[in-house]
Structure formats: structure tokens, C-alpha cells
Design a protein around this ligand. Structure first.
Ligand SMILES: Cc1cc2nc3c(=O)[nH]c(=O)nc-3n(C[C@H](O)[C@H](O)[C@H](O)COP(=O)(O)OP(=O)(O)OC[C@H]3O[C@@H](n4cnc5c(N)ncnc54)[C@H](O)[C@@H]3O)c2cc1C
Length: 232
């Protein structure tokens, strides 16, 4: 009975994950240019009303001929809209799409998923990232209660308007130098590090090896790295 139960559960999980992979077609309803290369794109689709999401999770857009998948964190999700904040930094399909989307543009996307989310048990939270990392980090930051203990820094030339409480911003330097300059509590919290892969790993190694943070206390979301396309 127990084996039958767990087999059924596995099948339900499999079906759920297959269903989640099915693409939803959405339409762009608004585009705002927030900075030199920063765009806010608002999408609508009837299916959004059934979606569930935890701040920090992302969707994948099928771009170009539909075969180029690019990942974007959700800025917000409501009954009828998904808001994304994307950068146009290259000639890749994601950058081109962000810069060319306009009301009426259609796009297929997956439902939100991902484990890069706030740890509700954390004694305190450390948010570190670059411009692309700022999207999930600010969404996660906004979901925390005002009483939460938060430290953090974003390193990016373009400062992103926050959802509520912001994070300290630096316009230059490395993520590692920015983290080193923070005054952190003496005992570990939970760190969320998002952005360029090598910069994120440097921060992870510093927290683990120099400050002695446990492995599971540092969550990394590598978004991109020079020379690789569609990094996930
Ligand atoms: C989980 C996850 C969440 C993400 N959330 C967001 C988000 O909310 N907003 C957002 O803008 N991006 C986000 N990204 C990053 C985004 O998916 C990548 O930047 C993606 O590579 C852009 O696609 P592209 O087609 O423009 O470039 P690609 O074809 O993938 O890459 C082409 C080249 O462009 C360069 N490049 C790519 N991205 C960048 C960059 N950010 N800065 C500088 N150079 C770059 C690299 O040299 C790369 O080799 C996320 C990625 C992941 C994995």
C-alpha cells in the first residue's frame, strides 16, 4: 500500500512537473524604459490567475524562433499580470526581445519555478547581486516583514526603482569588495547571491571559507557569464 502510495505520489509529481513545462502564451500590455538598458515589461494571460509564485522564482521565455529559452525573475505576479524587469546587454535573443517588446507583442513562457527564495527560518538575510540579480533580490526583500534583519548590496551602474524597501547600491567595483565592506553580524545568516556567475562564486567562497558560513547558508543564482548564452 505504502509502495503504491509513493508510486502514485511520484506520478502526480511527474505529471505536475510536465504540466509546469507547458508554455503559456501571453501578450505584452505595457513597456517602460527604466534606464539606459533596463526595461519593465508587463504581460497578461488568463492562466496567470492560476499561477502560484514565491518571490525570487523565475519564468523562461521562448524567444526568437521559439527555441531560444531565456530566464527572467518575476518582479510581480497578480491575477492578470506578470511584470518582468530585463536588461538589454547583448545581441542575444533576451536582450533583443527586451528592447523591442511593445504592447501587443506575444510571447510563450513557462510557469514560475525555482528554489532561490527567502529562507523563512534565517536569523538574518544578506542580499548581494548585480543588475540582473537585483530583480529577484528586491522582490524577495519586499516580501520580508519590516521587522526582518537585512543587510545587502547591489553593484550596478543603473539603480533599479524598488518595490518598497531598497538595498544599498554601488555603481562600481566587484561584488566581493562590496560584501567585504559591509558590517555584518558576527554569526551567519542566510545569503542570497545573484548575478554574474564568477562574481557570485567569489562571494560564496568568501562567506564559506573566510567567514565560516555553512554551505546551506549561501544560496547562489548564477544568471549569466561572459561568452555563454542562456546560462541557467
Ligand atoms: C534564474 C535566472 C533569473 C534571471 N533573472 C533575470 C532578470 O530578472 N532580469 C534580467 O535582465 N536577466 C535575468 N537573468 C539573466 C538573463 O537570463 C541572461 O542575462 C540572459 O543571458 C540574457 O539573454 P540574452 O539572449 O540577452 O544573452 P545570451 O544569448 O544568453 O548571451 C550572449 C552574451 O551576452 C552577454 N550577457 C548575457 N547576459 C548579460 C548581462 N546580464 N550582462 C552583461 N552581459 C551579458 C554574455 O557575454 C553572453 O555570452 C536571469 C537568469 C537566470 C538563470
Amino acid at each position: 500500500m505504502c509502495t503504491l502510495g509513493s508510486t502514485l505520489l511520484r506520478m502526480v509529481n511527474l505529471v505536475e512537473s510536465l504540466v509546469q513545462r507547458v508554455l503559456t502564451t501571453a501578450s505584452v500590455v505595457a513597456v517602460a524604459r527604466l534606464g539606459e538598458s533596463m526595461y519593465e515589461v508587463t504581460l497578461t494571460a488568463p492562466a496567470f490567475g492560476d499561477w502560484r509564485y514565491v518571490p525570487g522564482q523565475s519564468v523562461r521565455l521562448a524567444l526568437g524562433n521559439g527555441l531560444s529559452l531565456r530566464t527572467y525573475s518575476l518582479w510581480t505576479l497578480s491575477e492578470s499580470t506578470v511584470v518582468l524587469r530585463g536588461f538589454s546587454h547583448s545581441d542575444g535573443p533576451g536582450s533583443r526581445w527586451m528592447a523591442s517588446a511593445e504592447p501587443g507583442t506575444r510571447v510563450a513562457l513557462t510557469a514560475p519555478k525555482g528554489v532561490f527564495v527567502v529562507d523563512q527560518e534565517a536569523p538574518w538575510h544578506l542580499f548581494v547581486g548585480d543588475d540582473t540579480g537585483a530583480v529577484p533580490l528586491l522582490a524577495m526583500r519586499a516580501a520580508l516583514p519590516a521587522s526582518a534583519s537585512v543587510r545587502g548590496v547591489v553593484v550596478s551602474r543603473e539603480e533599479m526603482p524598488p518595490l518598497g524597501a531598497s538595498l544599498p547600491w554601488r555603481s562600481s567595483g566587484t561584488l566581493l569588495d562590496a560584501v567585504r565592506s559591509l558590517e555584518l553580524p558576527s554569526s551567519p545568516g542566510v545569503a542570497y547571491v545573484a548575478g554574474e556567475q564568477k562574481a557570485c562564486l567569489e562571494v560564496r567562497d568568501y562567506l564559506r571559507n573566510s567567514l565560516g558560513w555553512p554551505r546551506r547558508a549561501v544560496k547562489v543564482s548564477a544568471h549569466w557569464t561572459p561568452g555563454k548564452r542562456g546560462l541557467e
